[in-house]
Design a protein around this ligand. Sequence first.
Ligand SMILES: NC(=O)c1ccc[n+]([C@@H]2O[C@H](COP(=O)([O-])OP(=O)(O)OC[C@H]3O[C@@H](n4cnc5c(N)ncnc54)[C@H](O)[C@@H]3O)[C@@H](O)[C@H]2O)c1
Length: 361
Amino acid sequence: MTRAQHTGDLRIAVLGVGMMGAFHADALSSRIRGARVSVVSDFFAEKAGEVAARVGARVETDPIAAINADDVDAVLIATPGKAHDEQVNACLDRGVPVLCEKPLTTDIASARAIVEKEGALGTPLIQVGFMRRFDPEYVALKRLITDGSLGNPLIVHCTHRNPAVPEFFNSEFMIRDSVVHEVDVARYLLDEEIVSVQVIKGVATSSAPQGTSDPMIVVFETASGRIVTDEIYVRTGVAYEVRTEVVGEQGSATIGLDQNLVVKTTDGRWGGTITPGFVERFGQAYDIELQRWVDAARNGTIDGPGAWDGYAAVAVCEAGVEAVRTGQKVPVDLGPVPGAAGAADEVPAAGITAPDMEAAR
Ligand SMILES: NC(=O)c1ccc[n+]([C@@H]2O[C@H](COP(=O)([O-])OP(=O)(O)OC[C@H]3O[C@@H](n4cnc5c(N)ncnc54)[C@H](O)[C@@H]3O)[C@@H](O)[C@H]2O)c1
């Protein structure tokens, strides 16, 4: 496939303008260079009209018609996960770059099919919205690993706490919606695949609905045997706390503490300020992610986590959901990287190494 080049502003269709899509549409029409929102599509017509008027776009009721419109060069998908499969496939059919919010799709088979379909096109078109890879703190942490400052990274400890979530946020949703970010963080930082997931459920907070295990400790094992832990606790009643610590052979480093300076007060208490929500914590990362994607999409490609990363996250989360249900350690089998030398029909995840991944991107 020949890559389209754009000299003028990249004209973007934003599909789904709920919380995330409206945030991205506003960023594209104000803070991001070289792009404008030309089309807005949402099942909720009133919301579509409101956002379109604000950003100077037109409304297209049918999301597939929006993807295929003449005044659209690239697509940003921020509809709920269940709509992603059809919409991402339509972007591949037309050959336009797409930034798809996580999850890539909601089941392993459809995510895998997308990876293979994009692979057959010969050029990457799908970027998945794992914005933490653009957060300056995560980038700095990754650099400490790649430049050897911490020595061999042995353990990654993650903490993901929300002040409150809607009632429907049950244990499985916590894995698919929240832990999915730590899945990508672990793969990004360690540059290798996750091969098993285990979930430990303790005493639930009294504000958790019946049957929901909140908090949980999720334990991932990587292909080389490293350990990643993730405390997921989404009803703390306090604030948004996302921390990551990498423990290496020659030192450790923690991010996510910048808003949380510890100060001793005269009444003997310790405290500081904590980020209230994810927009405050990751606002800059979303903007960097968008700008990098726009710059790449103007050349018909992507610059960030791709379809394989989206697929791997879907597969690990599916194993995580099974681990919640069964209490067992569940293996993850990603199968072969499409196009990788020697790829057979069935290859266990442990056989996929970081260099294989890089070669496939
Ligand atoms: N990267 C992140 O940090 C992050 C944070 C929040 C949400 N998300 C992801 O963003 C996506 C949207 O989440 P949200 O919280 O904004 O949801 P939301 O419910 O606030 O918004 C979704 C919007 O999509 C519309 N919609 C539903 N089905 C549609 C369809 N088939 N076609 C067109 N419009 C449709 C709805 O009317 C709604 O306005 C999800 O995939 C979610 O996981 C990512």
